[in-house]
Design a protein. Structure first.
Length: 458
């Protein structure tokens, strides 16, 4: 017997209070934060959709694992547990623990990058791009054409453009390609999944030209869900079997365990190549820690090992994808322009269409994240020209392909009533949206400006 209602496949054992704020209080808080939600204090936020990274609620088994964490400096039992779990999942023989995903990126792309090197991706995320460009290398996005059209339906909008991939590998020459990076799911592209067929085609091109193929696999389980339910031939495979198959196509992977491993801190780098492993190991020891803890405590490694098993549980993945879709479908019915179809970890709003009166130079996405906070205490993040915009030689903004706002939903944290409240807040935001104006940046840094930028309301 099947039911329409998908319930949370867990019981709540511990709760954290939410401070209910008033509109007047939120106005003061946001002004003090210079209109940048990153600068808000956590107790000033009622519903926190800033990120799904490190914000998951850990399970009873994970908390129990923390209590038996082995804190030995070298060769701890918890490292052995984490190492064995990752090797079983990925099939790669060389694994390095890091304190989070961007540390794995920095180590790998510092070794592979440098001036004259080029990295190709379906879409580089903010820290990935920053770590690559910091070395002097170039990061080029080559998503499929459908990826930048929010309303158009495509079951695997996160795919990489294979024709462009082969063209650019030839143009820049294989020896200058640092790596081809496939992000699953494609976070900057609206949380959209990548098909197995696309991964196979990338593998084929990379093998043909002798180019490294790296997976950014922080949401590999959520991507596996979409493959099983949307790609012919995978309907009878388990989610873990699908993940195994995708890992087998690549030469290595980086992971922020703060997403699909359901932990608050941690990550890893997993690769096959011995020489590359040795180079990365040296850099890890200098900057992170010894190769069997890499910036993590034993208890963190224990929680990661357990989380990497829990994430592939069918009941959990069904709940995760369906609960995200519930929010998206209701906003869509209200006429909120969204990135469709709804992704796995977040709902993305097309702020450019939502606020047609705000030019991209005045950051419509930033206007929407501010309105969400002012109206309902909801913290979200702009994924548009604040995050990805650049300037030309005349300091004119080169805007991002899309002006999105991401509602990233923490795993196992919010209940149905929280989501219903978010839907109600959007009802308030629709009222009078034509009166909302944009913002200008008054302070920014050279890299990752969105984290610390300051704004002025126009």
């Amino acid at each position: 017997m099947e039911f329409k209602t998908i319930i949370e496949p867990f019981k709540i054992k511990s709760v954290e209070p939410i401070k209910i704020t008033t509109a007047e209080e939120r106005k003061v808080f946001l002004e003090r934060a210079r209109y940048n939600p990153f600068m808000l204090q956590s107790d000033e936020v009622m519903i926190d959709f800033l990120t799904d990274s490190g914000t998951s609620a850990m399970s009873a088994n994970q908390w129990a694992g923390i209590m038996i964490g082995d804190e030995s400096y070298a060769g701890s039992k918890s490292w052995d547990h984490m190492h064995t779990t990752i090797k079983d999942l990925t099939g790669y023989h060389h694994i390095l623990p890091t304190h989070q995903g961007r540390a794995a990126e920095r180590i790998l792309y510092s070794v592979l990058g440098g001036k004259g090197k080029v990295f190709l991706s379906n879409t580089h995320f903010d820290t990935t791009r920053a770590n690559i460009e910091y070395t002097g290398a170039s990061a080029i996005d080559i998503p499929i054409p459908e990826a930048t059209h929010p309303k158009d339906y495509h079951p695997f909008k996160g795919n990489m453009d294979i024709e462009k991939l082969e063209k650019l590998v030839r143009e820049y020459k294989p020896e200058n390609i640092g790596a081809v990076i496939l992000t699953v799911t494609n976070n900057s592209g609206g949380g959209q999944p990548v098909s197995m067929q696309n991964a196979k085609e990338i593998h084929s091109v990379c093998s043909k030209y002798g180019v490294r193929f790296i997976l950014d696999c922080c949401r590999i389980a959520e991507n596996a869900y979409f493959i099983r339910h949307r790609e012919k031939g995978y309907e009878n495979k388990t989610y873990k079997e699908i993940a195994h198959e995708m890992f087998a196509l690549a030469d290595g992977a980086v992971m922020s365990a703060k997403k699909d491993a359901l932990v608050n801190m941690g990550g890893f780098l997993a690769i096959e190549e011995q020489k590359l492993f040795e180079q990365c190991s040296s850099l890890l020891i200098i900057t992170e820690g010894f190769t069997t803890y890499g910036g993590l405590s034993g208890r963190d490694m224990e929680a990661i090992a357990i989380g990497l098993k829990e994430i592939f549980e069918p009941d959990y993945l069904l709940y995760r994808i369906k609960s995200t879709a519930y929010l998206g479908e209701h906003l869509d019915k209200m006429g909120i322009p969204l990135m469709l179809p709804i992704g796995g970890h977040a709902v993305y709003i097309d702020a450019k269409e939502f606020y047609p009166q705000i030019p991209v130079e005045q950051y419509p996405g930033q206007a929407l994240v501010c309105e969400l906070y002012l109206k309902g205490g909801i913290r979200a993040v702009e994924i548009g020209s604040v995050m990805f915009g650049k300037y030309d030689e005349n300091h004119k903004l080169i805007h991002a392909p899309m002006e999105l706002v991401r509602l990233a939903i923490p795993r196992r944290v919010y209940t149905q009533s929280h989501i219903e409240y978010v839907i109600e807040v959007f009802g308030k935001i629709i009222e009078g949206r034509e009166k909302v104006r944009g913002y200008e940046i008054t302070y920014e840094t050279a890299f990752l400006r969105h984290f610390t930028a300051e704004f002025r309301k126009l």
